[in-house]
Design a protein around this ligand. Structure first.
Ligand code: 13P
Length: 252
């Protein structure tokens, strides 16, 4: 049984105070939630305060990026050890905004992933095609390249500690969600890639989240898909009401 994960990616939103207020309001809303894991990803500056506020609540705290070195001359970067020190349990790696804004490659994703695993963090690794790639029928080719590059050299046991996220770039922040069938098709393909590289057991166990304009109104249809194990939510994770509405998908 794969335990679903509902994760909120706050991107470049919320000050420390706003993050703490959000977590304090979210805590009672998730106190009795057992059907899924709940994670939020504040910006670097708010991680420690958010982690402090979330203590004992079961809410996991994720960073939005990480460097592969433990320390060094890398201005502006943050290491796995620093994320642990701030109270993080998870880290998002390879988000399309980092791939596009910062030219992050599959090879860098792979280095970050290995460093995060070595430090004991749970990586949430993002893959997904652009609109142009989808329209030219390259979706599977792109997913295969990102999967094989991003997960190169991992052992099956390392792979079993990863959460994947399928985020079609054309669905991010556009209001244009993939249909449940489109999402399912890519999720099943990713699971097939996992099977080929890491074997049946690991492929069946890996959680694959969907991301791209997820809202309380569309989460139920997405979660009904066989290979969809949760969501990575951007815009709708910024308000407690809509994020809690997504977490409560069984009641939707
Ligand atoms: P939106 O939910 O705002 O489309 O963002 C999705 C996303 O990028 C989550 O990582």
């Amino acid at each position: 049984m794969r335990r679903p994960v509902i994760a909120g990616n706050w991107k470049m939103f919320k000050t420390r105070g706003e993050a703490v207020t959000f977590i304090e309001e979210l805590k009672p809303r998730v106190a009795n939630v057992t059907h899924c894991e709940v994670v939020v990803a504040p910006p670097f500056t708010a991680l420690a305060d958010a982690a402090q506020a979330a203590k004992g609540s079961g809410i996991g705290i994720a960073a939005q990026d990480v460097h592969w070195d433990a320390e060094g001359a890398h201005t502006g970067d943050v290491s796995p050890k620093m994320l642990l020190d701030a109270g993080c349990s998870h880290v998002i790696i390879g988000h399309s905004e980092r791939r596009h804004d910062h030219g992050e490659t599959d090879e860098e994703v792979n280095r970050k992933l290995k460093a995060a695993l070595a430090a004991g963090l749970t990586p949430i690794v993002c893959v997904g095609e652009t609109l142009e790639e989808r329209e030219s029928n390259q979706t599977q080719q792109v997913l295969q390249r990102q999967f094989q590059g991003g997960f190169a050299g991992l052992t099956p046991s390392e792979f079993s500690r990863i959460i994947m996220a399928y985020e079609p770039v054309w669905a991010i922040g556009t209001g244009r969600t993939a249909t449940p069938e489109q999402a399912q098709e890519s999720h099943a393909y990713l699971r097939e890639l996992a099977r080929a590289q890491f074997g049946e057991e690991r492929a069946q166990a890996v959680r694959i989240l969907y991301g791209g304009s997820v809202k309380p109104e569309n989460i139920k249809g997405l979660m009904a898909q066989q290979d969809l194990d949760g969501a990575l939510v951007g815009g709708a994770s910024l308000k407690v009401g809509s994020f809690a509405g997504i977490i409560d998908y069984p009641a939707a």
